[in-house]
Design a binder for this molecule. Structure first.
Ligand code: FES
Length: 167
């Protein structure tokens, strides 16, 4: 297992490299955070400090942005993030039952990560796919008209894809 200090240094180098090409105008603060999130899977403390300095903001301000946006995370989660839409259109089409199925299938409640660290399950609110509700997102891909069996198949596919990428 990697030394946490070495990991921090590596993340800091990645954050520095990511931010090298980002303009420092205020409108680029959120894209900078999204870039870090996309690369590392979360926004570490080092990135908040670096971005605060780069954009001439306080750490509290940057922290506030991270906590405001649901898709930005302060801590790492599972390799695969599964989001179940719990907004109105999906509720009308049975997302509560789908979320309960997801809970049973994965053995974790919404907002938690499976014990093997592979899958993080969470609620989200409208994936812009209301016409095909109920919807989920796995990684960057939105899936519509998701039934319980389809949920299981999609998660299994995502798990095996992650396993192939992980040494
Ligand atoms: S309400 Fe679920 S995708 Fe819009």
């Amino acid at each position: 297992m990697a030394d946490p200090r070495e990991l921090q240094t590596r993340e800091q180098r990645e954050v520095d490299a990511l931010l090298a090409g980002v303009p420092r105008e205020p409108e680029h603060l959120l894209p900078a955070l999204q870039l870090v999130q996309a690369r590392l899977g979360y926004v570490p403390e080092e990135a908040i400090r670096t971005i605060a300095e780069a954009f001439n903001r306080s750490r509290a301000e940057v922290y506030g942005v991270v906590t405001f946006y649901h898709d930005l995370r302060l801590a790492p989660v599972g390799d695969t993030v599964v989001q179940v839409c719990m907004a109105e259109a999906c509720q009308a089409m049975g997302c509560r039952a789908l979320a309960e199925h997801a809970h049973r299938h994965l053995g974790v409640a919404l907002g938690h990560t499976t014990s093997d660290g592979r899958v993080h399950l969470e609620a989200t609110y409208c994936l812009g796919n209301c016409a095909l509700a109920p919807s989920i997102r796995i990684g960057d891909v939105v899936h519509g008209r998701v039934t319980s069996p389809r949920f299981d198949a999609l998660v299994a596919t995502a798990r095996s894809a992650t396993r192939e990428r992980t040494p």
